[in-house]
Design a protein around this ligand. Structure first.
Ligand SMILES: *[C@@H]1O[C@H](CO)[C@@H](O)[C@H](O)[C@H]1NC(C)=O
Ligand SMILES: *[C@@H]1O[C@H](CO)[C@@H](O)[C@H](O)[C@H]1NC(C)=O
Ligand SMILES: *[C@@H]1O[C@H](CO)[C@@H](O)[C@H](O)[C@H]1NC(C)=O
Ligand SMILES: *[C@@H]1O[C@H](CO)[C@@H](O)[C@H](O)[C@H]1NC(C)=O
Ligand SMILES: *[C@@H]1O[C@H](CO)[C@@H](O)[C@H](O)[C@H]1NC(C)=O
Ligand SMILES: *[C@@H]1O[C@H](CO)[C@@H](O)[C@H](O)[C@H]1NC(C)=O
Ligand SMILES: *[C@@H]1O[C@H](CO)[C@@H](O)[C@H](O)[C@H]1NC(C)=O
Ligand SMILES: *[C@@H]1O[C@H](CO)[C@@H](O)[C@H](O)[C@H]1NC(C)=O
Ligand SMILES: *[C@@H]1O[C@H](CO)[C@@H](O)[C@H](O)[C@H]1NC(C)=O
Ligand SMILES: *[C@@H]1O[C@H](CO)[C@@H](O)[C@H](O)[C@H]1NC(C)=O
Ligand SMILES: *[C@@H]1O[C@H](CO)[C@@H](O)[C@H](O)[C@H]1NC(C)=O
Ligand SMILES: CC(=O)N[C@H]1CO[C@H](CO)[C@@H](O)[C@@H]1O
Length: 751
């Protein structure tokens, strides 16, 4: 084609010349391409320039004359090259033939023209002689077979054809059966192949052809190298101390020889082989493992592929040990414990059996008490569970600093002149342990009393105070000061000397027909609870008394009805007041009962009279016994037993029901000297005894005694009456009624 275009181009140049100098000669080959070993003929078409007569042309090869031929007439050839033959076709058409035997490669590219004989202005354009040469040699560069290339890399492959092939050959590439396009020039085509594992073992073929000849082919097999592919791995959950074996699988790459290695991300762990072996796995082995499969390429490089796998080692909860939490009272207490477990734990907080709080899937167990109280000082139970182990427990101790708080702000101890020892106790809540100081009211230290602190619980103490009384002492108040870093508090210890009640004062006496109503005012009770009754003394054998009334204080107005009186009798009334120390009597008041009305005289009254007479007889009998007691100087004991029996019951009730925190030790006093007769008006003694005996006869009164009010924060323990509920003590009193020894000391604590 190029040659053709060149001919056209030169023809055009000649045409330009021809427009000035005349018409254009034409030189035409017998075929487009010459063929080696075959004849080829040039034909020169000419005309005779005007003014000329000779018919003839000269052929030139590479600007060298080959020969001249003309009709003059007859076809004449002059000075011709023996390699060629010449001919005359017509007056204007002459030929030059290259015979088959002289058509060699030396003619390739030779340039030809014809000119008018003698005048070179008239000529043909230059025409090149081209010999067609077939494709006979095709090769690939690089020539490796198989051709190895790496996946993902690009390689240029060239297909080279014998360089003299004319015309330019057509080169086609095939990968497998599919045609692919390359770029072709200078009888060479190149193609860029990208390594692709699907193309491994496929054939790359180059096919080249020209001159309508069957194509010449060259091919090679592709060897695409690629790494193995590791098969997907999933997370492994395993309980600590178990054995973990995981096999790593891989699809082989090219080359197919695969080696495996296990490593752990961010650590130096490395294990060769496809099986990961972690016997007796520990929590520290948790993490991300990587299985890498590897092959080796021909050039020694490694092809690798890997997959990661999370190993999650599960383990039971461990609760962090911590010292106790200490907060000040009213502050916010925050109990925090770290719980180490995998998976995270569910947490329950207990106070004893009471569930306080639950937390789900947490690392930190916390419990907040907004306003801590002394009573929050305790061990809370933390119970922690996860899938590995349930109910892992720990005690969490909270200690609340509290200023000392005594159960009793004030303790009153009653003593009598017979008391030889006093002791008392109270509980104190405090943390830290309180210091204590016993002082007199004036602020100086008190060494009379010994004070001991006993620890019941971490913040619960009992304070015991005890004092031996070497001599009688008066009422006094000690202050027991308790303190710790949080503050101080004071307990007042009142030691009250107890005496018998003061005389009550009768304020009103109203006599009815068979009863009288007496009003009186109580006086100082002597330091303990006092009880009263009204006794009425009439003629001999005619006495009676009221129910018993108990008083807690002073200056209270009471009234009582004295029943079973006889009409129209002058009675003398007394109000008796009594406490554990002794009894007193009021001034006497006289009053006469009303006359018997008609209506009330009936058989019932008659019966009463008879009853009254019988009572009178009994009173006389008793009087005889009492007098004999007097003779033996034991009467007080016996009479006291009679009189005080209900006091014993009263004290029993005290001890059981009040549950006092303190008790008073007392010594058996000389109560036998306390003669009830002393307090009774001597002149009236007979009648008084009657009254006493009457009380004995009325069983309902005993019940009344049992229900007497209890004294508050006052303990009696200074006489034999109290002690008489202890078997044995009473007997000793019996045997040595006048003794004043320590033998009768009751040292029991009651709380
Ligand atoms: C013809 O031959 C000449 C001289 O060898 C050369 O320069 C020219 O390029 C050729 N023309 C063609 C079209 O091949
Ligand atoms: C050229 O060869 C052809 C056949 O190939 C033949 O017919 C012809 O006569 C030959 N011409 C000359 C001049 O030899
Ligand atoms: C040469 O060829 C051109 C174009 O084909 C033609 O016009 C011209 O007449 C020819 N010259 C001769 C001498 O035949
Ligand atoms: C073709 O070959 C010639 C000479 O051999 C060279 O000059 C030319 O650059 C080549 N062309 C290409 C595209 O390679
Ligand atoms: C690995 O390749 C070799 C040859 O390259 C072959 O003989 C062998 O069977 C292959 N092995 C597997 C497992 O594909
Ligand atoms: C608790 O109270 C004491 C005394 O007031 C104080 O010194 C201490 O700092 C307090 N402690 C806390 C934790 O608040
Ligand atoms: C304590 O637990 C509560 C939830 O119960 C949470 O909001 C708080 O942040 C926790 N405090 C601490 C210190 O962990
Ligand atoms: C908590 O328990 C421990 C051990 O059993 C014990 O020593 C401690 O006194 C207890 N604390 C409280 C506040 O009960
Ligand atoms: C864990 O404790 C809870 C409550 O104390 C109880 O109901 C449960 O049975 C316990 N579980 C085990 C496994 O001990
Ligand atoms: C304080 O009172 C006690 C008992 O009443 C007494 O023994 C002591 O001397 C008094 N001290 C002062 C400094 O008055
Ligand atoms: C303190 O301890 C005593 C004796 O153990 C007990 O009776 C009392 O209830 C305790 N007080 C408190 C507030 O726990
Ligand atoms: C057939 C023919 O003409 N052959 C010629 C080829 O060229 C040589 C000279 O190089 C001649 O001698 C032959 O006659």
């Amino acid at each position: 084609m190029k040659e053709k275009r060149y001919i056209l181009f030169t023809s055009c140049l000649s045409l330009l010349c021809a427009t000035t100098k005349g018409q254009q000669y034409n030189l035409t080959g017998s075929s487009e391409y010459a063929v080696l070993g075959r004849n080829f003929t040039w034909t020169c078409e000419m005309f005779i320039p005007s003014g000329q007569t000779i018919n003839g042309v000269t052929f030139y090869r590479n600007n060298i004359v080959c020969g001249t031929v003309g009709l003059v007439p007859g076809c004449k050839i002059i000075g011709s090259d023996p390699r060629y033959t010449f001919g005359c076709k017509s007056e204007s058409s002459y030929t030059l033939t290259i015979p088959a035997e002289n058509m060699t490669e030396s003619e390739q590219g030779s340039v030809w023209r014809c000119e008018y004989f003698g005048i070179s202005i008239f000529r043909s354009p230059d025409v090149n002689l081209t010999i067609a040469i077939d494709v006979h040699n095709v090769s690939l560069v690089p020539s490796d077979n198989p051709l190895t290339l790496r996946e993902g890399t690009q390689t240029e492959v060239r297909c080279v054809v014998n360089s003299n092939a004319v015309p330019a050959p057509t080169i086609t590439w095939y990968l497998g059966s599919k045609e692919i396009t390359g770029t072709t020039s200078n009888n060479t085509s190149s193609i860029i192949i990208t390594g692709n594992r699907q193309d491994n073992k496929r054939t790359l073929k180059c096919s080249a052809t020209n001159n309508n000849k069957p194509p010449k082919n060259v091919d090679t097999t592709l060897n695409v190298e690629y790494p193995p592919s590791v098969i997907h791995l999933t997370q492994k959950d395993i309980i600590e101390a178990q054995n973990l074996f995981i096999i790593c699988g891989a699809n082989p790459g090219n080359p197919n020889l695969t080696i495996f290695v296990w490593t752990k991300v961010d650590s130096g762990f490395r294990q060769n082989g496809s099986t990961l072996q972690l016997p007796n796995i520990q929590r520290t082995s948790s993490g991300t493992y990587r299985c890498t499969a590897e092959n080796t390429y021909r050039n020694g490089a490694k092809g690798t592929n890997s997959q990661t796998m999370v190993v999650n080692v599960l383990y039971k909860p461990v609760i962090q040990e911590k010292t106790s939490t200490i907060v000040n009272e009213t502050e916010r207490a925050e109990l925090i414990r770290e719980v180490d477990s995998n998976p995270l734990s569910d947490i329950s907080w207990y106070d004893g059996a009471e569930l306080l709080k639950t937390q789900t899937s947490v690392k930190i167990a916390n419990l907040t008490i907004e306003n801590a109280l002394c009573t929050d000082t305790k061990n809370f139970t933390l119970s922690v569970s996860n899938t590995v182990q349930r109910n892992v427990t720990s005690l969490v101790e909270l200690i609340v600093n509290c200023k000392p708080k005594a159960h009793d702000d004030e303790i009153t101890v009653a003593i009598t002149s017979y008391t030889r020892r006093i002791s008392m106790s109270t509980t104190v809540i405090a943390y830290p342990e309180p210091r204590y100081n016993l002082e007199y009211k004036n602020g100086t230290a008190n060494n009379m009393m010994t004070v001991n602190l006993y620890k019941n619980a971490i913040n619960n103490f009992t304070i015991y105070c005890e004092q031996q009384l070497v001599e009688e002492m008066d009422s006094v108040t000690y202050t027991l000061k308790l303190s710790n870093v949080l503050g101080a508090s004071t307990v007042f210890i009142n030691i009250r000397k107890q005496v018998k009640p003061s005389s009550p004062i009768i304020t009103e006496a109203i006599c009815e027909e068979t009863s009288a109503r007496i009003k009186w005012e109580s006086s100082f009770d002597g330091g303990a609870v006092q009880s009263f009754f009204v006794a009425a003394f009439g003629d001999t054998y005619k006495s009676s008394r009221s129910d018993i009334i108990t008083d807690k204080g002073e200056n209270q107005t009471h009234q009582a009805v004295v029943p079973f009186l006889q009409p129209s009798v002058l009675y003398t009334f007394y109000v008796f007041a009594k406490n554990s120390i002794g009894d007193t009597i009021s001034e006497k008041v006289n009053c006469t009962t009303l006359k018997e009305t008609q209506k009330t005289i009936n058989t019932r009254n008659q019966t009463l009279k008879v009853a009254g007479s019988v009572t009178g007889v009994l009173v006389v009998l008793t009087l005889v016994i009492v007098l004999s007691c007097l003779m033996h100087r034991h009467f007080t004991l016996i009479c006291n037993i009679g009189f005080e029996r209900r006091n014993k019951q009263e004290k029993t009730a005290d001890l059981v029901e009040e549950k006092s925190h303190y008790t008073v030790m007392s010594e058996h006093g000389e109560e036998n000297r306390r003669n009830p007769y002393d307090v009774l008006t001597p002149t009236e003694s007979t009648n008084l005894y009657e009254a006493i005996q009457m009380k004995e006869n009325q069983k309902t009164d005993a019940d009344t005694y049992e229900s007497l009010n209890k004294p508050e924060k006052i303990a009696f323990c200074d006489n034999s009456i109290k002690d008489s509920n202890k078997s044995g003590i009473l007997k000793k009193t019996d045997a040595t009624p006048f003794s004043n020894t320590e033998e009768y000391t009751n040292t029991s604590f009651e709380s």
